[in-house]
Design a protein around this ligand. Structure first.
Ligand code: NAI
Length: 340
């Protein structure tokens, strides 16, 4: 089987080549992202493999179907970049529901620790032999209240780590889990009581701009915001205003609403056109990483293994347990095989 692999990066190839060779699946690696202009590169392939910033809208889906490509293998968990409603009945969409929740949760904690202890600033200073401590006063995480929005695989690991620091945990989830009972509060209460807020829910119509001007007003002064989930959960302009007004004490961002044309690429030779991102990055209390929370050796290996298994299951058995179906107006993992 031949798969057109879009938005390929050097770190993707070793694990995909290894896993693919074991299962008779070969990949043609394209550095370009999948979108309406590039979709024809998939002609003659059995399927396409995409990541978080590829565009799988109605036009792309229709063109793939016209070319006889019927399989879309997402090598990520989130699928907000796929028009699932339009894909239903045309494309078999499969994903990697979990590859290392530890990778993402640990990155969120790394950002939090760096931020509250000003490690990013201290690192730059000491490289210049500036050993002054002025302006580097942090605060203890012990005893602080952390609000976790989304208590799925990643949110849970994040909560476990926070408990290890002796933090109090408040949580909000649309579908609360029984074993975390006692931690759940309303979103408003979470905003009002949390010293730190970390986002671990998917991006949906409902969660779009969860962090906005109004919700930020409800937050404690000096709240620390962590977003390792999806950029559009946060209204970046509202965040910038709240940083300027000192409402937000620090922001740790692994994702950004307008990241699609910027993140994962070297833009150091270009003028930054995005004024909001440029201003955020200029702030001493903002740390931005380039959607790298997933990037561990373990996660890359798991991503390749599950993606290849998904494709292999689909082509050999005609079904795949990690297929997404658009049922009842929402996308769900397919548990019973045939999606259409
Ligand atoms: P998951 O599906 O295990 O957990 C998501 C949780 O969010 C579930 O408990 C669900 O009930 C909850 N949820 C759904 N709708 C909600 C709503 N309206 N309000 C509050 N909670 C809601 O997903 P997982 O594996 O924990 O991943 C979470 C997110 O992390 C993904 O959707 C993805 O966007 C992001 N992610 C980011 C990565 C990175 O490299 N920065 C890597 C992997 C995932």
């Amino acid at each position: 089987m031949k798969i057109a692999f879009f938005d390929a990066k050097p770190y993707d190839k070793p694990s995909f080549d290894k896993q693919g060779a074991e299962k008779g699946i070969s990949f043609k690696y394209y550095e370009t992202k999948l979108n309406e202009d590039t979709v024809d590169l998939a002609a003659g392939y059995d399927g396409v493999c995409v990541f978080v910033n590829d565009t799988v809208n109605a036009a792309v889906i229709d063109r793939l179907a016209e070319m006889g490509v019927t399989v879309l293998a997402l090598r990520c968990a989130g699928f907000n970049n796929v028009d699932m409603k339009h894909a239903f009945g045309k494309l078999h969409v499969m994903r990697v529901p979990a590859y290392s929740p530890y990778a993402v949760a640990e990155h969120a904690i790394a950002l939090l620790l760096a931020s509250v202890r000003h490690i990013h600033r201290a690192y730059i200073r000491s490289r210049d032999f500036n050993f002054s401590l002025s302006g580097l006063t942090g605060f203890d995480l012990y005893g602080k209240t952390v609000g976790v929005i989304g208590t799925g695989r990643i949110g849970r690991v994040f909560i476990d780590i926070c408990r290890g620091f002796g933090m109090k945990v408040l949580a909000y989830d649309k579908f609360p889990a029984a074993d975390l009972e006692g931690h759940y509060v309303s979103l408003d209460e979470l905003f009002e009581k949390s010293d730190i807020i970390s986002l671990h829910c998917p991006l949906t119509d409902e969660t779009y701009h969860t962090i906005n001007e109004k919700s930020l007003e409800k937050c404690k002064d000096g709240v620390v915001l962590i977003n390792t989930s999806r950029g559009a959960l946060v209204d970046a302009e509202a965040l910038l205003s709240a940083i300027k007004s000192r409402k937000v004490g620090a922001a740790c961002l692994d994702v950004y609403e307008e990241e699609a044309d910027l993140f994962f690429e070297d833009n150091s030779e270009h003028i930054m056109e995005d004024d909001v991102l440029a201003r955020l990055i200029s702030m001493p209390n903002v740390i931005v990483t380039s959607h790298q929370a997933f990037l561990t050796e373990e996660a890359l290996e798991n991503i390749a293994e599950t993606t290849v298994n998904n494709l292999h299951d689909h082509f050999t058995k005609g079904q795949c347990p990690n297929e997404l179906c658009y049922r009842g107006g929402t996308a769900v993992d397919c548990k019973d095989g045939k999606c259409f």
